[in-house]
Each structure stands twice: as C-alpha cells, then as structure tokens.
Design a protein around this ligand. Structure first.
Ligand code: NAD
Length: 471
C-alpha cells in the first residue's frame, strides 16, 4: 500500500488529502500538524474549517484510509510520498519584509524530513512557494541525509476556498513539475498515478520544476489582476454614469476575455492573492526586473485604493462623518462559503470606519467573535511602511460588537455595509431592516448582490460599487 503523509492540516492540506483518500482507497493518507487543537478538530465532528461538502468526504474515509495526527515524525518517516502544505506567509521582518515569502515553516519541515527519513521519498511542494524553492529544499535534504534518494516535485494547489471540494473533485488541471532526470521523471509518474485515480489524463499537466512553481504565482496574479481591472473600471463608472455590471457583461462576452472573475467589489481578500503578488514583485526585483515588479505591484495598490474608496464613500455619503453612528457590517469572511478572514477587506473597512469613530455591529454566519476581535487588533498593511503590525488601541473595541443575526446588527443602525456576498444577505427582509433603522437609512453594497431598485423603492439611500449613484 502506498503511504502518503501531508505536513500541514490547513485549508489546503486537509481538503486535498481528504479527496485523495476518498478517490484512492488503496492509498493510506495521514495528515499531520504541529497544532494539537487543529488535529483534534479534524478528528472530531466540528472540522476546523468550513467548506461545503468537506464533512461528507472526511466522514467517508476518516479512520479507514484517512488519518489526522500530531505524530509528525513517525508518519513522515513511514511515508513514500510527503506533501508539504505548510503556511508560507509574507515575511514581516528582515530582508524582503512586506514582500518576500517567509519560508521558515517550509525550511523546518524540510530539515525534519531529512532528520527522520530512513527510506527514499518523494517530497511534494503543495504550498505556494517562490520559483526556485525546490533547489533550496534539495540542498537541505541532500546535505543533511546522505544515501537517501529524495525527489522534489512541485504540485501547486489551485483550489478556491468556498468551492474546494468541487475544485478538487473536478480540477481544471493538476500541475506536476519535476526534474528532467530519470529519477525526477519516475517521481512525476508516481504522483501522476495518484491523481489518475479520478483526474482525466489530459488534465494532468507535467512541466519542469520552475514552470510549475512559477505557474501558481502567475495564476494568482492573473486572477487578482482581473479583479483589480474591473474594480479600476468601477471607479470610472461611478464618475461617468456607466454601470460596471453592464460593462463587465459586454467585455466578458468577448471570447478572448470571458465572463468569469469580472465582478466589481469592495476588494479581493484571502490569504493568497496579495501575498503571492507581493512575492512575485519581490522575485522580479531580485531578478533585476523593476518594471515588471512595478506592473504587478499596481494590482495590489488598486485593491487598496478600492477599499479606501469604499470607506470614503460611506463617510462622505453619511454627511461626512460616521462619528457615533452605528454601522452594520454584514459579512466578515473574505468571500462567501468560508469562515476564513485572512486579508479580508472587512478588516480595512472596519479600521477605516473605526478611525472616524463609528460604532460597528458585525455579523457573519461563519466567523466567530474571537476571530473578528483578533483580526481587528492588527493594523493594516501599509505599502510605504511594510507590515507595521501594531495593536489597535483597546478603546476601539468598545466601538465594536459582534452579533449573531443580521436583523440584530442592523437594528437602529444609520448605515449597512455588505462586505461578503453570503446568499442569506440577498434574502433578508429589507423592509423590516429599513423600518428598524435610523433615517435616512443607507446601504453600501460592497459586493453588488442586492437589488438597487427595490431598495430605493423601500426608501434606502443606496451605494453599489460601480453603479450610477442615487438620483
Ligand atoms: P494554513 O495556515 O491553513 O495551514 C498550514 C498548516 O501548516 C497549519 O495548520 C500549521 O500549523 C501547519 N504547520 C506549519 N509548520 C508545520 C510543521 N513544521 N509541521 C507540521 N505542521 C506545520 O495554510 P493554508 O491556507 O492551508 O495554505 C497552505 C499553503 O497552500 C500556503 O502556501 C498557501 O499559499 C497555499 N495555498 C492556499 C490556498 C488557500 O485557498 N488557502 C490555495 C492554494 C494554495
């Protein structure tokens, strides 16, 4: 029986390994993590992450060929294939701070693999890493362990949170990069054989190592760029009377462009887009390509601009101050169908409004009060002063309450901001909400999910990203 071990039981390690276990009953999969609470949650009925369809997949194979454990070294030592899916956040200090990927977790995982290995292994980069990381990993593994054959593969993950199970079950492609040596190619074939259990052959792409590593950064940069492109257009729409949804529809009908990922919004968020673009910017700079670095930097800068623009619109619409006013924040997760708040635009919007002394009442169906307070205790990333993460003044928390119902959040509020596109926000009784709000009642739809005309008929003053302003 082939044995797989995955280091890192996070948003990627957990679901990807659960899918491999489901589709490959003849493979034993153990997901290991240094976080005891996370592993305990994977072994319980309350999984540590919310992802539609994940519970059923885990329940179908946990205890059969899928296991979660904190005994990292034992399971790594026993595995034939070791996936490494640890976090690779942006470095917060030292060389490259604010841009470069922090590979501390990766390096310690690689050193541990070298330490405990007694047999040949395929080591798979599942985390998103800078191009050429495999070269560094090879050095760590081979210099620390003589006589064992390690083959490094790059197999970046393209799943999107919120649709992870669907994406894993029917991926657009699986990408495997390996060394162009007989050993490297044998390893590529071994990993291909795992995915071939359910992924059609023409969707399994094989490339050299560096192409695979760079493709993941490139894919995220292209996706984020589309959002920044349509968001930049949304600003122009508001100034000219054009409607960004109509523009996006017309533009997306061009088969060379396509309709997906063209929704204007308050901004993109999540743990990956900004981090991976900053990483790309840093790699370009290190490779003497400042113009290319500048080009990609703009994608992040437009994203920041969009968040600032949204906050300014809220404040200016409400007679240039939100001081002492209650603002309901509906949605805190960075997108619907996830409880993940990493880099969510909600953080910057809340900081902006708190800065003008608003009182915030926050509701999200999947995000806990602890998460929200932890997120708001950090200040935002400032491009000119990389990652000065300072605790928020404790008094700011007196202005924040987290509630468990959208009607409670909006009761007596002066304004409502939609930050996450949760389906339930489309179905709320907006007449009831209007009746219970201060007047004039404002709605700021940061996701363009509400029916502007209907809201205006009720009596709301409505701002929707990139749409003609209230007559
Ligand atoms: P995560 O923070 O949810 O999970 C990482 C896990 O690794 C944590 O539970 C941590 O405790 C564990 N870990 C760290 N060092 C360890 C070690 N030495 N031994 C054992 N466990 C260790 O991160 P994530 O969202 O799953 O992302 C993982 C990687 O995948 C990142 O590089 C990310 O960029 C990439 N990625 C993420 C997504 C996404 O949507 N989240 C999508 C594609 C790729």
């Amino acid at each position: 029986m082939v044995k797989i071990c995955c280091i890192g039981a996070g948003y990627v390690g957990g679901p990807t390994m659960a899918m491999i276990a489901l589709k490959c009953p003849n493979i034993q999969v153990v997901v290991v993590d240094i976080s005891k609470p996370r592993i305990a949650a994977w072994n319980s009925d309350e999984l540590p992450i919310y992802e539609p369809g994940l519970d059923a997949v885990v329940k179908a194979c946990r205890g059969k060929n899928l296991f979660f454990s904190t005994d990292v070294e034992k399971h790594v030592a026993e595995a034939d294939i070791v996936f490494v899916s640890v976090n690779t956040p942006t470095k917060t200090r030292g060389l490259g701070a604010g841009k470069a990927a922090d590979l501390t977790y990766w390096e310690s995982a690689a050193r541990m693999i070298a330490d405990v290995s007694k047999s040949d292994k395929i080591v798979v980069e599942k985390s998103t890493v800078p191009v050429k990381t495999a070269e560094a990993i090879e050095k760590i593994l081979t210099h620390n362990k003589k006589g064992i054959n390690f083959q490094i593969l790059s197999n970046p993950e393209f799943l999107a949170e919120g649709t992870a199970i669907e994406d894993l079950a029917k991926p657009d492609r699986v990408l495997i990069g390996g060394r162009e040596t007989p050993g490297g190619q044998k390893a590529v074939e071994a990993l291909k054989a795992v995915y071939a259990h359910w992924v059609p052959e023409d969707r399994i792409l094989t490339t050299n190592l560096w192409s695979a590593e760079l493709s993941k950064l490139a894919a995220n940069a292209f996706l984020a760029q589309r959002i920044s492109s349509i968001n930049a257009m949304s600003a122009l729409c508001e100034s000219t009377g054009a409607d960004v949804s109509e523009v996006a529809y017309a533009v997306g009908k061009d088969s060379r462009i396509g309709p997906k990922f063209l929704n204007a919004s308050v901004a993109f968020g999540g743990s990956c887009f900004q981090k991976d673009i900053l990483n790309l910017v840093y790699i370009c700079e290190c490779n003497g390509l400042p113009e290319v670095a500048h080009y990609w930097k703009q994608v992040v800068q437009i994203n920041d601009y969009q968040k600032t623009r949204f906050v300014k619109r809220v404040v200016s619409s409400m007679f240039n101050t939100v001081s002492g006013k209650k603002i309901a924040i509906l949605g805190f997760a960075f997108k619907k169908d996830t409880g993940d708040t990493r880099e969510t635009p909600a953080i910057d919007v809340c900081h902006g409004l708190l800065g003008d002394k608003a009182h915030l009442s926050i509701y999200d169906p999947q995000v806990t009060e602890d998460q929200i307070k932890r997120d708001l205790s950090m200040n935002k990333f400032d491009w000119d002063h990389p990652l000065h993460l300072q605790p928020q003044s404790p008094t700011a928390f007196k202005q924040v309450s987290v509630v468990w119902d959208a009607y409670e959040a909006t009761k007596d509020a002066h304004g409502v901001c939609i930050i996450t596109e949760w389906e339930e926000f489309k179905k709320l009784d907006y007449q009831r909400i209007y009746d219970n709000m201060q007047k004039p009642a404002f709605i700021f739809d940061g996701r363009n999910v509400l029916n502007v005309e209907e809201l205006r008929k009720i009596g709301f003053i409505v701002y929707s990203i990139g749409k003609p302003l209230d007559p």
